[in-house]
Design a protein around this ligand. Structure first.
Ligand code: ATP
Ligand code: MG
Length: 767
């Protein structure tokens, strides 16, 4: 028997082998939390404490769940295919497919990723003649998702003013629209499952009894609804409460902006009467100096559950710090260091360049490209988010559910078929009148528009008929051809890449069917009869349909439905998938849970990291500091930090001070490659600043700005910046002159006129 336990330290061992009670493993980065969680599953199964079907494991990304299954099958001689290991979204998708009737959804319901959701909302606003200046679609989307994440339906919200009432009304209309089209967004997956389980007692009890062990990774980033969902499915407070094993790190809670609530950790301790609280303090990832930097930095946060990290790895190299004149020279320095690393034998995929926001990547990408160093950027558009791929997916969605209006609108005139805006308006009016989908409304449109639309319906019906018996990869290929997407892109000047992406979908489908356990020849459309015949569904004593305990996903979804869910869910993942032999570029958020031998953290400037939006939010700077902690702890051996005095972002040159985080890092752990900024260094380094009318990089000014809350948390001033002044009202910075304490800005206050103000004295608020 494989000895699962011999590679664990004492605390890890204690955690892996805890009795079947609720437990919280609270531990810092790189201390083996994920490893402990995986090993515990293997151990529980190996020792016969639970069968694979009694486990429910929640991971943070789809990729992490795949990895967990791979590790499990390496540790245990079992087939992991039917196991319930996945993200919250993935697991809910599976539950809703299985019980789609109880959940009032068509079996072929489709999942909207956030891009689809936004366009569905835009469409609704248009249909309702809503002023999208007053109610921007993104705000409505935020409102809806927020409500759903808190478990609130529209009829449960008590609007406090007219605007809010309008939003609630739109929320309701949006939900109606989704229901009509048979689509669900990400938040809906969760809420629908939650409602299903709360309302349906036999179903709830079935799952409560089934899942004896529930294990959750990255628990600090669960939101309120996810936590409620866990309480429900674990039977919290009932006789048969299952053992909930949560691992997390309060210092790595970085999704508050998406509703994550780190308070769930203490709520969990309290409500599940957690007696087993284990801290893991041995770090296996990073060298000493890197770990010191992380520990000392995070100690500046006030709200912490308290823990530390130590390592046996030795100090290793110091953290290198570089100050660049500009973003361009920062990039040039990264290239130099990267070349050195590669020269010394580092693998490119072990070099990561991290940044706070995607907009920063362009300059570095360009430099890597010019230097001929292969790189890969994550967090930009993922495969399933690219326009051409989304078009192909829309055709596939129409094969499965032609009433998905988003899919319909995406491709009804793409490639162009002469169906114009007016025709669509007529069609929309008919659909509204009869309260049916656009597809169903086509016969109600007459004239030339009717003929063209009818042609499109024929194309969809014809392709569906043609592909009836085909396996998924073949179906994909035929749809690519029949839709004329391939020929369309063949005529485009830059279409070659797109065609390649489209053709890749056939391989993706081939890989998908084999990974999910469908036979290679299994028909992509699996009718409900075929499914019933597959024997998956059984009626239990309570008279409702449940599935054979170990039924894999393949028995509740046709290959096509499963592939489409996979595409949507994967488009929603927010973590990089490493693999290529290339320098890895990503945002700090996407780097969560990953590790690399060499890490660059770039753009460490006030306003950028910590991000300027953080000064407005409650707990904002602390969340940024946690983000910095996540960034630092990705590094195993070498860590590089850099910042630039000037940076072009969103078309504007910004003059920034170095990040406050530098003052929070231990001196001993750092090695400054450029002279460390002196308190009054403007004179000393005159040349760099000669022509540049700069403010904000002077330390004295910095201190003042930080002290003076009204100026904002010390972020740099830039041309075009909107500001507010107590007397003059709102204005825009038009020019900046002088430096340090002498810095002045010319500001256009509109009605109050143009003023020149001393930046170190005027109480200006950034807007
Ligand atoms: P994060 O907070 O970043 O998610 P984590 O706590 O989940 O980190 P893991 O990713 O599980 O940490 O482990 C970090 C690294 O340390 C991994 O490479 C893992 O294989 C290694 N590791 C963990 N425990 C041990 C151990 N007992 N002996 C040797 N290596 C270990
Ligand atoms: Mg982890």
């Amino acid at each position: 028997m494989h000895n699962l336990l011999h590679n664990l330290n004492e605390e890890q061992l204690a955690a892996v082998t805890l009795p079947a009670q609720s437990a919280l493993i609270l531990a810092g980065a790189g201390s083996g939390k994920t490893r402990v969680l995986t090993t515990r599953i293997a151990w529980l199964i190996q020792t016969g404490q639970v069968s694979p079907s009694g486990i429910l494991a929640v991971t943070f990304t789809n990729k992490a769940s795949k990895e967990m299954l791979t590790r499990l099958s390496a540790m245990l001689p079992i087939n992991t295919r039917g196991m319930w290991v996945g993200t919250f979204h993935g697991l809910c998708n599976r539950l809703l497919r299985t019980h789609h009737r109880d959940a009032a959804l068509p079996q072929t319901f489709q999942i909207l990723d956030s891009q689809d959701q936004l366009s569905a909302i835009k469409r609704l606003l248009k249909a309702q003649n809503v002023d999208d200046e007053k109610f921007p679609p993104k705000d409505i989307m935020y409102f809806i998702n927020n409500a759903k994440d808190s478990g609130l339906r529209a009829d449960k919200i008590d609007p406090y003013n007219a605007d809010e009432r309008k939003k609630v009304e739109l929320y309701q209309l949006y939900d109606d629209q989704c229901q009509r089209e048979g689509v669900v967004d990400f938040a809906e997956l969760l809420l629908r499952t939650y409602e299903l389980l709360s309302r349906n007692q036999p179903l709830r009890e079935h799952y409560q009894q089934r899942f004896q062990h529930i294990l959750v990774d990255e628990f600090q980033d669960t939101n309120d609804l996810q936590y409620k969902w866990l309480k429900l499915i674990s039977g919290q407070g009932t006789q048969s409460q299952s053992a909930l094993f949560a691992v997390g790190d309060d210092d790595q809670s970085i999704y508050a902006f998406r509703g994550a609530n780190v308070g769930n950790m203490s709520a969990f301790e309290r409500e599940f009467h957690v007696k087993n609280l284990i801290k893991l303090e041995q770090n296996y990832r990073s060298h000493g100096h890197i770990l010191d930097a992380a520990n000392v930095l995070i100690a500046n946060n006030s709200k912490r559950l308290g823990k530390n990290l130590r390592t046996d790895a030795g100090h290793g190299e110091q953290v290198r710090v570089y100050e660049a004149n500009s973003d361009l020279s920062e990039a040039a320095w990264i290239i130099e260091e990267t070349k050195n690393l590669i020269h010394d034998g580092a693998s490119r995929s072990e070099i990561a360049v991290l940044y706070r926001s995607n907009a920063q990547s362009r300059v570095i990408e360009h430099a890597l490209f010019s230097a001929g160093i292969p790189y890969h950027v994550y967090g930009g558009l993922r495969y399933f988010q690219r326009a051409e791929v989304k078009h192909a997916i829309a055709y596939l969605q129409l094969m499965d559910n032609p009433h998905n209006d988003s899919a319909f609108l995406r491709v009804v005139n793409f490639p162009a078929r002469g169906i114009g805006v007016r025709s669509i308006e007529t069609l929309q009016a008919a659909a509204d009148q009869y309260r049916i989908s656009l597809y169903a409304a086509v016969p109600h449109v007459t004239g030339k528009a009717g003929t063209l639309l009818g042609g499109f319906v024929k194309l969809i019906e014809g392709t569906r008929f043609e592909t009836q018996q085909m396996a998924l990869p073949e179906l994909v290929r035929v749809v690519l051809e029949q839709s004329t997407l391939l020929t369309h892109y063949a005529t485009e000047k830059e279409g070659a890449d797109r065609i390649e992406n489209l053709e890749q979908m056939v391989s993706a489908a081939t890989q998908f069917v084999s990974e999910e356990g469908y036979g290679q020849g299994a028909p992509a459309h699996l009718g409900p009869q075929a499914q019933a015949a597959s024997g998956a569904a059984v009626i239990n004593e309570d008279g409702f349909e449940i599935l054979d305990a170990d039924a894999p996903l393949s028995t509740v979804m046709s290959p096509l439905s499963a592939f489409l869910s996979h595409a949507s869910l994967e488009a929603g993942d927010n973590q990089a998938t490493i693999g290529q032999e290339a320098v890895q570029m990503m945002t700090v958020h996407s780097a969560k849970g990953l590790e690399f031998n060499n890490v660059f953290i770039t753009g460490l400037e006030e306003g950028l990291f910590p991000h300027e939006s953080s000064s407005r939010e409650h707990d904002g700077v602390e969340e940024e500091r946690r983000l910095m902690y996540v960034a630092i702890t990705r590094a195993r051996q070498r860590l590089y930090l850099s910042f630039a005095q000037t940076r072009m972002l969103h078309g504007q040159t910004r003059y920034n001070m170095k990040s406050r985080f530098f003052d929070e890092l231990p001196e001993d752990a750092l090695k400054w490659l450029t002279p460390k900024v002196q308190p009054n260094w403007f004179g000393a380094r005159k040349s760099a600043w000669d022509e540049a009318p700069l403010v904000g990089s002077d330390n004295a000014l910095a201190q003042k700005m930080i002290a003076n809350k009204a100026i904002g948390a010390g972020a740099g001033w830039r041309l075009g910046q909107s500001v507010a002044h107590a007397k003059f009202g709102e204005g825009v910075i038009v020019n900046i002159e002088g430096s340090g304490n002498n810095a002045r800005a010319q500001i256009n206050f509109g009605a109050a006129g143009m003023k020149v103000l001393d930046l170190s004295i005027a109480k200006l608020e950034k807007l």
